[in-house]
Design a protein. Sequence first.
Length: 321
Amino acid sequence: MRRLPRQLCGVLCILMTACGPVGADGDSPDAYVYIPPDASTSWPDGSFTPVDADVCEDVVDVVFVLDVSSSMGFVLDQLEQNIADVVTAANNLAPDAHFGLVAYVDNFALDDTGALDGGMVHTEASTLQSAFAYFQENFTDPNRNPGDGLSGPTTQNPICEENALDALYAAATEFPWRTNATRVIIVATDDTFIEAPDNYGDRDGDGDTTSTDYPREGDYPALRTLSETVTALTDHRIRVFSFTRLTPPGILSLSRCGTPRRLDWEAITNGWSAPYNGAAPIPEATDGANFDLDQVKDGTLSLQDTINNVVVDSYCNPPVL
Ligand SMILES: [Ca+2]
Ligand SMILES: [Ca+2]
Ligand SMILES: [Ca+2]
């Protein structure tokens, strides 16, 4: 049985076991909720209304927060091919599903090519497919930062870590989440992140971001800490499900980032499937889960089926924190 939304029991909740009217799902109501007196109703002395906890009227909001750095093309390919399944499945769960997209490398951009809310909300697979293709062509392939726009420099990414925190913070605070929505963020990335006040453009961590030899430096400050980001996510009742690497790539692996990195290779799991400086990883801290990105890459884990499953499992189950 799904949990009874707390607000339905705000005034008075009397649990009933049997003999009541039949609820929308064919069984007895799980509770009777006292509706206080209201001049606009025909029962000015207040009344009891049957409530069935098995019935949830949430809508579904899903935001993709995607690392679109140069090694992540396979995720964008898979999403572009299979997003229609995800959109259909979410709409079968509850009509009028909303989707969003935040693309990031060392900074981020909220996609605004959807149909609603200034473009931040997608309702159709077709506009999402175009958005995935746009970010792949213009940012993944030439190694450009989404927040820089189309005029930004290419081959610009001097350390392996990518700015998931600022992208997640923007998704939590800037996407138009609906009040009655089951809220899910899907992350895909193959590396960990750094925190404010560090700078993604400072290759050697010396405080200067102006070296022009390869891989070129630039000013890409980390704006948020892990703690600030997790607070923004939990304040907004968002569950984060991530697809990340569970083990570092071997020393000769082609999937090994070729630039310097701030944190050890062993740390690529940190914040996703392992603690980050002692703090719980983001999926655990938001009552979500982490999945193996390498299984998505080699075809043993279906990205779209896994996304569909986490949306179904999250539906009408707010995070337990
Ligand atoms: Ca990368
Ligand atoms: Ca980077
Ligand atoms: Ca430097």
